[in-house]
Ligand binder design. Structure first.
Ligand code: URA
Length: 433
């Protein structure tokens, strides 16, 4: 292909001809220069891509590596994706929850970066847990347990790896069509007939702005629908953290409480809503509402928690320690206190995420190490009445320096007001194909 012409066309705001994006993706994995790929990424970032172009880019990315045929994991297989946030441990709850009710959930997840956490880091807080499964092991566990949670295999969508690495260093990550194509190429490669997306909006989201979140959700639903998948997207609130725990071990412990029918109301409610959509899309429930009712019952009965322990054991993890709540938690603690009495009006998700990172729970760069036992536990949530001097949060760290750094960040996360704040919804809207 004439790559210079191709870049110039997007620079000038033209729509690419059919087939050109596919050639470009082939060139990207076939050794095209970083500067040419980066130049096109910036042109696409500034000029945008049409729906047809986004669908074509997604398909080309998907086909750059190994794919599983549609329905390979069975007609009841369903995938989920969250755009990520602070305290977002929903996969830890939803994957075993849906599997306990007969859906099949082959889940490939990622690690945390910046102020948002990642499912694999959280699961690795369970001693012995292995996420680096071979494709054969992954398939075997999915067929035996009904679910597995593994790191994305290197041969799944390699072209996205190349493009994403360049986007990361050229300020071209937060483009709706580029994110949509990147996320959906991985969902399509996995071959589940149904996909439910949890697109977060608010300060702790990757895409804080609600309108852009809506556009991203709509773009991903359109791509999946064009490829014959049953799609639903929820626009989830991430102005405050989800649940009370932020940090790897702490989040796993909270997820386990939730799987036993306890845990914070917002987390349990959010997980039930997403599970309801997934169970309905997979044909396990008659409707999303029926799916929510079944999900709530599986949490109450202990069925979902049992499935989690089965999954952890199948992936080499110490299910006994998890069941007993014995995970490493950093031993140094400190608290943030309310400076006046009133109602908790704001618990800023981004500030809490940054505090957790300063405590050692997150990584700045992909190859940084993390402290699995560090993090924050919120003692109150938005809308609670609090008294001056009462603890609002407990911080956990392994060194005094980390504890002080986390404390400095966390102080700015809270606002107390005289009047009770309006209740914010867990989910702003649901977009179905
Ligand atoms: N996550 C992805 O997988 N891709 C993006 O582009 C952004 C977030």
């Amino acid at each position: 292909m004439d790559i210079v012409q191709f870049i110039a066309a997007k620079r000038d705001g033209q729509e690419h001809h059919r087939g050109e994006l596919r050639e470009f993706v082939l060139a990207a994995v076939g050794g095209a220069a970083d500067y040419q790929i980066s130049a096109w990424l910036m042109a696409a970032y500034l000029r945008g891509l049409s729906e047809e172009e986004t669908v074509e880019l997604t398909g080309a990315l998907r086909d750059s590596g190994r794919t599983f045929p549609l329905g390979h994991f069975g007609p009841r297989s369903v995938d989920k994706h969250s755009t990520g946030g602070v305290g977002d441990k929903t996969s830890l709850v939803i994957v075993p929850l849906c599997a306990s009710l007969g859906a099949v959930v082959p889940k490939m997840s990622g690690r945390g970066l910046g102020f948002t956490g990642g499912t694999l880091d959280k699961l690795e807080a369970i001693p012995g847990f292995r996420s680096d499964l071979s494709v054969e092991e992954f398939e075997r566990i999915v067929s035996r347990v009904g679910a597995a949670i593994a790191a994305q295999s290197a041969d799944l969508v390699p072209a996205d790896g190349r493009l994403y690495a360049l986007r990361d260093v050229t300020a071209t990550v937060d483009s709706v069509p580029l994110i949509a194509a990147s996320v959906m190429s991985k969902k399509l490669a996995l071959g589940c007939p149904s996909v439910v997306l949890d697109v977060k909006v608010g300060s702790g989201a990757f895409m804080p702005d609600r309108e852009r979140g809506q556009a991203l959700a709509a773009a991903m639903v359109a791509i999946g629908t064009a490829e014959g998948r049953r799609m639903a997207a929820l626009l989830g609130d991430m102005s405050r953290p989800l649940g009370r725990a932020v940090g790897n071990s702490l989040e796993v412990l909270e997820a386990m409480e939730t799987l036993r029918g306890g845990g914070p109301d917002d987390l349990r409610g959010h997980c039930s809503l997403i599970a309801g959509e997934m169970l309905s899309a997979a044909g396990v429930a008659r409707s999303p509402e029926d799916g929510v009712a079944r999900a709530e019952e599986a949490l109450r009965s202990g069925r979902a928690a049992d499935k989690m322990l089965e999954l952890v054991e199948a992936q080499g993890g110490d299910a006994e320690s998890l069941a007993a709540g014995r995970l490493p938690v950093a031993s140094l603690t400190a608290a943030v206190h309310a400076d006046s009495s009133g109602f908790l009006a704001r618990v800023d998700a981004r500030a809490v995420g940054q505090a957790a990172m300063a405590l050692g729970a997150g990584r700045q760069r992909r190859d940084d190490g993390i402290d699995l036992g560090a993090g924050v536990v919120l003692r109150h949530t938005v809308g609670d009445e609090v008294q001056a001097g009462e603890p609002l949060a407990t911080l956990h760290a392994s060194t005094e320096a980390h504890l002080h750094a986390g404390l400095a960040r966390l102080l700015s996360a809270f606002s107390v007001s005289e009047a009770a704040p309006a209740a914010a919804p867990l989910v702003h809207e649901v977009i179905r194909a």
